[in-house]
Design a protein. Structure first.
Length: 125
């Protein structure tokens, strides 16, 4: 069993991430609850996509800002800001994936974690 790494406010971080994604028109916002999978290194994935690289970056910036504002949490690590096809923001207990639409289709991250509980936050915006 995995020991929690950072905080007891993972659900608050998830809520702030979803709010940020929605406010910048992230598409098909989905949360995967990985706590019961037994193999995940985090509690939640929050996933969305955008139609342009500019929008991917805007969503990522909004996520970082709103999570800090609402929960005082800062990312442990951010990857993908250079090419903006897939930006990963690691809050330890919550990992955020913001894809360009073509990259999301290609990697199919939800299918890789098919045993996780899937919470559809926004079908399409």
């Amino acid at each position: 069993m995995r020991v929690r790494h950072q905080s007891d406010n993972a659900e608050q971080i998830v809520a702030a991430v979803v709010e940020a994604m929605d406010s910048v028109k992230g598409k098909e916002i989905v949360t995967l609850d990985l706590r019961e999978t037994g193999t995940a290194v985090t509690d939640y994935f929050v996933i969305c996509h955008a139609n342009t690289k500019v929008q991917v970056e805007a969503i990522a910036d909004k996520v970082v800002d709103l999570v800090r504002e609402k929960t005082n949490a800062k990312p442990y690590h951010i990857e993908g800001k250079d090419n903006t096809e897939w930006i990963l923001i690691d809050f330890v207990d919550v990992v955020v994936h913001i894809f360009l639409q073509s990259a999301r289709s290609y990697y199919q991250i939800e299918a890789l974690w098919a045993d996780a509980e899937r919470i559809v936050n926004k079908e399409n915006n």
